[in-house]
Design a protein. Structure first.
Ligand SMILES: C[S@@+](CC[C@H](N)C(=O)[O-])C[C@H]1O[C@@H](n2cnc3c(N)ncnc32)[C@H](O)[C@@H]1O
Length: 216
């Protein structure tokens, strides 16, 4: 594995590379809590759609823990798409990535209903319409009883960690359309789209795992 020569265009960190496969330091840190939350909540033989799969490491870890599930990678970034494709070629359960912009109208067209829609560390590093597209897509795609799983930093009024306030400021400086999202605003968005906040799980590094569930 060698460090990438060029700074990444989609990740705020130096990703490592082994042929097409990319490795993300933040995915390595978050992989275990993500796997733990998902592995015990997915129903048998669940179909999972991941938005903004990045390197593909989360899908790989989840499918290793739950070989019964089918995990559909999606991405907008060509290098991340190639990384996900390389991982999908090596493990049953991982489906070759779809190229998809979750902020574009009609991104759900042609996608089969799913038991879980997973989006990890994306909505703060993307314009708000991506979160809106995710929620409206969830309204169409998530099966009754299924859920949306969001993972990452959130603003939570006076409970917000100082590190997340600083992160929010640095994101907005980099791109005014980015920013750590208030948990109440995100909850309202998913509620309007028929998914209620079902679980709020504290995970390391002041991140939250949020489960928005569609009624059975
Ligand atoms: C910080 S990375 C997180 C990657 C991965 N989910 C993880 O947690 O390791 C954000 C990812 O979101 C993807 N992304 C950004 N905007 C997107 C959009 N509009 N539609 C789909 N993916 C998007 C980027 O290409 C990038 O791979």
């Amino acid at each position: 594995m060698t460090p990438e020569n060029q700074p990444p265009t989609v990740a705020l960190e130096d990703r490592m590379r082994d042929a097409a496969k990319l490795y993300s330091p933040s995915a390595a840190r978050n992989r275990e809590p993500v796997r733990a939350v998902l592995a015990e909540r997915l129903r048998d033989n669940a179909r999972v759609l991941e938005i903004g799969s990045g390197t593909g490491e989360h899908g790989e870890a989840c499918c290793a823990a739950r070989p019964d599930i089918a995990w559909q990678f999606t991405e907008i970034d060509p290098e991340s798409l190639a990384s996900c494709a390389a991982r999908a070629a090596e493990m049953d359960g991982l489906l070759p990535p779809l190229r998809l912009d979750a902020g574009s109208p009609g991104w759900v067209d042609g996608i089969e209903p799913v038991d879980a829609l997973v989006c990890l560390n994306v909505i703060h590093i993307a314009p708000w319409p991506v979160a809106e597209g995710l929620a409206s897509g969830a309204a169409r795609l998530v099966n009754p009883g299924g859920f949306v799983f969001l993972y990452g930093p959130f603003l939570d009024g006076e409970r917000t960690a100082p590190s997340n306030l600083a992160f929010d400021a640095s994101l907005r400086q980099r791109n005014p359309a980015w920013g750590v999202r208030p948990i109440g605003t995100v909850t309202d968005l998913f509620t309007k789209n028929g998914l209620a906040l079902d679980e709020r799980i504290e995970v390391p590094a002041n991140n939250l795992a949020l489960i928005f569930r569609r009624a059975a």
